[in-house]
Design a protein around this ligand. Structure first.
Ligand code: TRP
Length: 342
């Protein structure tokens, strides 16, 4: 069977963007693929993490995977640092990838910002570790949000250069799977900014553990505009929202996209339902939908947070199964590279 690998960083405040753009899409894949879902704690420490909080956040991502419906028997769920092959292969990739390739990574530029000299070396080498995550399992399919596409292209470049440098046909070239209608969920306060864990306003995001009251309050307070909701005639030939329309009413289209994703309906159908409606009506219906979709997941996450032992056992078992796949692949890589292992 084809193998999927994906990862989520345990950096706290798991929100609707993480759910709709990533975690939710992982669930149906388990029927058709061998799936490995990782909590990438080693990626998380490329920026400062409080150690106690990191542990709690690692369990929280694992709990989100489980609560969303990922079956730990059929899939492998584990945290990255438990499988040494990630770090070991990443070192080899540090020696395969070129500085020029990493210099082009837009995520590093965004995250390092103006203080590039002060960014960790790990943040710079982040994409090489991500390539190691994927290739340590020879995964061929990687579901990610739009913002990770550049990193996946780099992973392909690394696989290709490794194969050609060592004259082997060893690493497969992966296929990105960009999934879901709302891969980009925007802030509830400002529809031009991505929904983010680090936005200072809690009202900018719905988190996966928000209860019904919190969800209702955040949607009620979400920024809107004075017009009535648009109809499907604004959509382009492919059923997508044209960029100009989005720029004119970023909040309206964000809320509609969230509705479409939660209802699992095409945007056009949602617009048929709400064309000409007031935001107050639409927000009330959206609230019911969000509470119905997220409520049970949040409740299960809270339940799991009371039982950290159960989550740790899943991660332990997953790490063991992950090692069983990655270690033989790494042993072959070491041999190809010319490392002696008497
Ligand atoms: N960089 C990804 C993100 O921030 C997380 C990630 C780490 C990942 N390793 C991965 C995703 C491997 C897919 C495959 O979303």
């Amino acid at each position: 069977m084809k193998r999927i690998f994906s990862g989520v960083q345990p950096t706290g405040n798991l929100h609707l963007g993480n759910y709709l753009g990533a975690i939710r899409n992982f669930v149906p894949l388990q029927d058709d693929y061998d799936c490995i879902y990782c909590v990438v704690d080693m990626h998380a420490i490329t920026v400062w993490q409080d150690p106690k909080v990191l542990k709690a956040n690692t369990r929280e991502v694992a709990a989100a995977y489980l609560a969303a419906g990922i079956d730990p028997k059929r899939c492998i769920i584990f945290n990255q640092s438990q499988v040494a092959a990630h770090a070991e292969l990443a070192w080899i990739f540090n020696c395969v990838a070129r500085l020029g390739w990493l210099n082009r990574m837009t995520q590093f530029k965004e995250k390092a910002g103006k203080h590039r000299e002060n960014a960790s070396v790990g943040l710079y080498a982040y994409p090489n570790l991500m390539a190691a995550d994927i290739l340590a399992y020879k995964a061929t399919h990687v579901p990610v949000g739009e913002d990770q596409k550049q990193h996946l292209e780099l992973t392909r470049d690394i696989a290709q250069k490794f194969n050609s440098d060592f004259k082997v046909d060893f690493f497969p070239l992966l296929e990105p799977l960009i999934l879901g209608t709302a891969t980009r969920v925007m802030s509830l306060r400002d529809g031009t900014k991505k929904m983010s864990k680090s936005d200072p306003s809690d009202y900018s995001r719905i988190t996966m553990t928000d209860d019904a009251d919190a969800i209702a309050k955040k949607i009620r307070k979400a920024t809107s505009d004075p017009d009535l909701l648009p109809g499907r005639e604004v959509l382009d030939g492919t059923g997508a929202v044209p960029e100009a329309a989005r720029q004119a009413r970023p909040e309206a289209y964000n809320l509609l996209a969230i509705y479409a994703a939660l209802a699992d309906k095409p945007m056009a159908d949602v617009m048929d339902e709400f064309a000409g409606a007031q935001f107050s009506h639409f927000k009330a219906v959206l609230t019911d939908l969000a509470v119905a979709a997220l409520g049970p997941i949040g409740a299960e996450m809270k339940h799991l947070s009371d039982d950290p032992g159960a989550v740790d056992a899943v991660l332990h078992d997953g790490a063991e199964r992950a090692r069983a796949i990655a270690e033989p692949i790494l042993a072959e890589v070491y041999d190809i590279v010319g490392f002696l292992r008497p």
